[in-house]
Ligand binder design. Structure first.
Ligand SMILES: Cc1ncc(COP(=O)(O)O)c(C=O)c1O
Length: 406
């Protein structure tokens, strides 16, 4: 992302589909609520747990969406989903505890696990299971030291969505490990395609409500990444220590963002599905171009706004510009320097051999990006003694890049 920025600043026509944030502004109702709060001058510290009117709205929303009965005492509002995920892990992880993270994973989970004092235990999923954790893989990964399963659905970066029956099958395995809690990261729950339904562990009955923290927020569905409002819902025995951690870490979240979030739920409930329709159009047009390229194996996602693109024919080959590419970091490096398209390498998500492309950008930008990548892939040739963009040189040149965890 840093290199893409530098190329753009130097005047190159770079198509940047590496990031992970909506490209539209939040709903007018949310923006107006933020402006009103500023104009009223109500800008003192808010409650640590979040503004009561927002927590009431969230409790209503979570109860309706998941069919579980929660009230404001089950809700903690933080500065983005990221903060409440951190707090959940901090609240209930002891040294030596294992935190199970299915790969491909969102880039921040392993770092969060380490900072919380636990150790990340990666469960690598495969294309054969749609990059979803299976009961067999989960059973093989669980040990008496397992403290958390981090389950993200829809998944960043693959867009896979767990069905209710898949969650039930995983839950049966976890039931044999009473110490293991579930952290459901549902931040993309509003962005689902083709009638796919979203389900969450906490809705599977009392046992799983009591041992789950469900994290979500306004960054993706309500296009409010910069306003930093996320929330956790869960049993009080977990929400209360999370709240104590937040009180020492940041105090309550920004009250302006929270005013915008409350208005999003109250006055703009249709906004996420309007955005979803926009993403669906781009998913279809971009997907058609990528599917047409024989050297790419694209996963058309059920949720979120990323294409997860298999690039195994490109590994060990030579780029159109003559660079040897031995890993996804090298492929994304060559695609950026030669085709001027910025994408995330699969290695950032714990799974080499893939690229992640965001389609949260204008229709013509997404289509042009897909065409550039297909053209780049088509122009790659079998390596014949070329030297250049190897995995090692790619990683050393990006060693100082700033990773923002999108
Ligand atoms: C899977 C996942 N979880 C959490 C977050 C963080 O969300 P927030 O911006 O609300 O902190 C992101 C952001 O990209 C994400 O992709």
């Amino acid at each position: 992302m840093e290199r893409a920025r530098a190329l753009k600043a130097a005047g190159y026509d770079v198509i940047d589909l590496a990031g992970g944030e909506p490209d539209m502004p939040p709903a007018a109702a949310s923006r107006n609520a933020a402006i009103n709060r500023l104009q009223r001058g109500e800008l003192g510290y808010g409650p640590v747990t979040g503004l009561l009117e927002l927590r009431n709205q969230i409790a209503r929303h979570v109860s309706e969406r998941h069919g579980i009965k929660v009230d404001a005492t089950n809700i903690l509002v933080g500065n983005g989903a990221k903060q409440v995920i951190f707090e959940a892990l901090f609240a209930a992880t002891s040294p030596e505890d294992e935190i199970i993270i299915p790969a491909p994973y969102w880039v921040s989970y392993p770092a969060m696990a380490a900072l919380a004092g636990g150790s990340a235990k990666i469960a690598s999923t495969t294309a054969e299971t749609g990059f979803k954790l299976t009961p067999t893989l989960l059973r093989e990964t669980l040990t008496p030291r397992s403290r958390w399963l981090v389950l993200n659905s829809p998944v960043n970066p693959t867009g896979a969505v767990y069905t209710r029956s898949e969650l039930e099958a995983l839950a049966r395995v976890i039931s044999d490990h009473p110490r293991c809690l579930v952290l459901s990261d549902d931040i993309y729950e509003d962005i689902l395609y083709d009638g796919v339904n979203h389900a969450t562990m906490a809705s599977l009955g009392d046992e799983f409500f009591e041992r789950s923290v469900t994290c979500s927020g306004f960054s993706k569905g309500h296009a409010m990444t910069g306003l930093r409002v996320g929330y956790a819902s869960g049993p009080r025995w977990l929400i209360e220590p999370m709240t104590r951690i937040q009180s020492h870490m940041t105090s309550g979240g920004c009250v302006v963002g929270q005013a915008a979030a409350a208005a999003a739920l109250l006055d703009a409930p249709e906004f996420p599905s309007e955005c979803r329709d926009t993403y669906a159009r781009r998913r279809e047009a971009g997907g058609r171009i990528l599917v047409g390229c024989k050297k790419l194996a694209v996963t058309i996602p059920d949720g979120a706004f990323y294409f997860w693109i298999g690039i195994s024919p490109l590994l060990g080959s030579m780029s159109p510009g003559g660079q040897l590419m031995t890993c996804s970091t090298a492929v994304s490096g060559a695609a950026l320097s030669e085709a001027m398209i910025a994408l995330m390498p699969g290695s950032a998500f714990g799974t080499d051999g893939y690229l992640r492309m965001s389609f949260a950008a204008a229709d013509d930008v997404v289509e042009a990006g897909c065409r550039r990548l297909a053209q780049f892939a088509d122009g790659c040739r079998r390596a014949t003694g070329a030297t250049g963009f190897t995995c090692e040189s790619a990683s050393s040149s990006s060693r100082n890049d700033r990773r923002e965890g999108y």
